[in-house]
Ligand binder design. Sequence first.
Ligand SMILES: Nc1ncnc2c1ncn2[C@@H]1O[C@H](COP(=O)(O)OP(=O)(O)OP(=O)(O)O)[C@@H](O)[C@H]1O
Ligand SMILES: O=c1ccn([C@@H]2O[C@H](COP(=O)(O)O)[C@@H](O)[C@H]2O)c(=O)[nH]1
Length: 236
Amino acid sequence: MATYKRILLKLSGESLMGDQAYGIDQTRLSDYAEQIKEATALGVQIGIVIGGGNIFRGLSGAANGFDRVKGDQMGMLATVINSLALNSALNALGVKSRVLTAIRMEPIGEFYSKDKAIESLEKGEVVILSAGTGNPYFTTDTGSSLRGIEINADAMLKGTRVDGVYTADPEKDPAATKFDRISFDDIYNKGLKVMDLTATTMCKENDLPIVVFNMDQKGNLLKVLSGENIGTVVHA
Ligand SMILES: Nc1ncnc2c1ncn2[C@@H]1O[C@H](COP(=O)(O)OP(=O)(O)OP(=O)(O)O)[C@@H](O)[C@H]1O
Ligand SMILES: O=c1ccn([C@@H]2O[C@H](COP(=O)(O)O)[C@@H](O)[C@H]2O)c(=O)[nH]1
């Protein structure tokens, strides 16, 4: 029996490159697809947003002289590339999945609507919600909170390459310690940067709890869905 009936799973684009310097690592991609397959076997309805940091980020583009809006559009297209890769990997495992895009680009994906997403979820299909919010100056974390709220998810599961929320960025501060649970207010008060503040605020204001966990370890998604607290729960 799973803890949640419907989830929004946020996957990190940057994690998708595995040990490579850029792009999509096939082993990591297959591992994510396997974990998602295991989760569907529990009967959980799964919406997915995947980042684009393994390919392009608007802010890095702007730092190199790109127009910010064009750079962000490139970033959103990067998330579509990752979404198609995941769609293909899931279909190869026999998991029916569908890509909906926040920007019209048929036949690459169907244009997103909440109704289409929910219809697919109720049929047991995995829905990949691509191109972020469709607008520049946002991130896929904000895209995840937005879509999670729209589809009435029970929780947003942020599957990343660290195993929870720490007192400081654990990739920079080896002395940082992990929280098992933390409130939205403490995220602000302590200035923790595991997710951007727009995304955090949307989750707080719409009562969408977040679970941050390490998706790069096989079996972890199943553990979270089975109620094991292997990450950090961010709550009201
Ligand atoms: N207090 C903190 N606790 C945990 N992680 C933190 C904290 N502060 C910063 N981070 C960083 O946040 C990162 C997680 O963010 P995320 O999964 O969104 O990665 P990303 O690089 O933004 O991915 P994407 O490609 O989807 O944009 C971790 O890699 C971690 O280094
Ligand atoms: O709603 C959105 C979502 C994303 N972007 C751009 O895409 C890249 C990649 O997304 P990440 O969340 O960083 O993985 C992001 O840097 C933005 O440039 C966007 O503009 N709007």
